[in-house]
Design a protein around this ligand. Structure first.
Ligand code: 8YV
Length: 309
């Protein structure tokens, strides 16, 4: 049996249904009874960015062999505990890199050029009463990227085409990279106009955007987050935006999503997206194929396609 943690892709469910006895967690009213009856037969969990496999779920599934996540980020999977228990873990890297990097650029342009605000302006008939205010140029700006992994590097490549100078922060300098390295996020923030979060969420990167970083970025600076909500100290970001200590923000993720702080709803210098970085038909289907491919490889004792643990 395979347990899927929450609805994530109908194509994925269809492909899992073809191959396995699929249990949909959200369709189970009496969780205790269900686990008593079926926990011995569930050998795999499929999770995603919002529901993974924590210690509690792992402990209630004694036959669990593999967690195949429909995401590249694995912050909702207890990796250490999986390792300890010999449970394999896979994710969906590479196939979503382009989409997430594309969306990061989209968020930058939407935020600096006021694209969403422009659209609201036209729809509400305001164009007939005057011209839209001037906005901020993106080309040539200094872009700072936190995390120069697959996604960070793909964002950098795109920003290069906009004649941006690019610098980055990561745990260690990447000697093969042509971009400028800063050994701290505060130094990176002090030396860029647009600060982009593109790293994994871990204990070390939680609240990596804090008050000090926001102050270093300053009132002409922008924050773009396509990583995870908890990368940002959200109340600090909100007050900086409300008080004008930051020029704007483009956010695809939130600390307590789908809850979004209502103070942001009235601000025109922020663009708010519902965690759609990888959300294209092409990419979500490729992610689903990887989830299924990893499970098939595991159950036929072949090497996993994208193993993490
Ligand atoms: C989510 C993501 O998985 O890959 C990630 O880490 O955050 C997204 O691709 C998405 O919510 C799919 O359910």
């Amino acid at each position: 049996g395979v347990l899927i943690a929450c609805p994530m892709s109908s194509y994925l469910e269809q492909e899992l249904d073809k191959r396995f006895n699929l249990f949909r967690m959200w369709n189970i009213p009496q969780k205790n009874d269900f686990f008593k009856e079926n926990s011995g037969s569930i050998r795999a969990v499929v999770g995603n960015a919002s529901a993974g496999a924590d210690r509690e779920l792992i402990d209630s599934l004694p036959a669990l062999e593999i967690v195949s996540s429909f995401s590249v980020g694995l912050d909702k999977v207890d990796l250490g505990y999986c390792k300890e228990k010999g449970i394999r873990v896979t994710n969906t890297p590479d196939v979503l890199t382009e989409d997430v990097a594309d969306l990061a650029i989209g968020l930058i342009l939407a935020t600096l050029r006021g694209i969403c605000e422009c659209d609201r302006y036209v729809r509400s008939g305001l164009w007939k009463k005057g011209n839209f205010k001037l906005t901020t140029k993106f080309s040539g700006k200094r872009v700072g990227i936190i995390g120069l992994g697959r996604i960070g590097a793909a964002i950098a490549k795109r920003a290069e085409a906009f004649n941006c100078s690019i610098s980055y922060y990561s745990r260690s300098e990447k000697p093969e990279s042509k971009y400028k390295y800063f050994p701290s996020v505060v130094e990176l923030a002090s030396n860029c106009d647009i600060l982009i979060v593109a790293c994994a969420l871990t204990e070390e990167t939680r609240h990596i955007i804090n008050r000090e970083v926001i102050d270093a970025l300053g009132p002409k600076g922008y924050v773009i987050n396509i990583g995870r909500g908890p990368h940002v100290d959200e109340p600090e970001l909100v007050s900086a935006l409300v008080e004008g200590r930051l020029a704007g923000a483009g956010l695809d993720v939130f600390e307590h999503e789908p809850h979004v702080p209502e103070e942001l709803f009235g601000l025109d210098n922020v663009v708010l997206l519902p965690h759609v970085g990888s959300g294209t038909v092409e990419t979500r289907n490729a992610m689903a194929d990887l989830v299924v491919g990893n499970l098939e490889a595991h159950f036929s004792k072949k090497p996993l396609l994208t193993p993490v643990v």
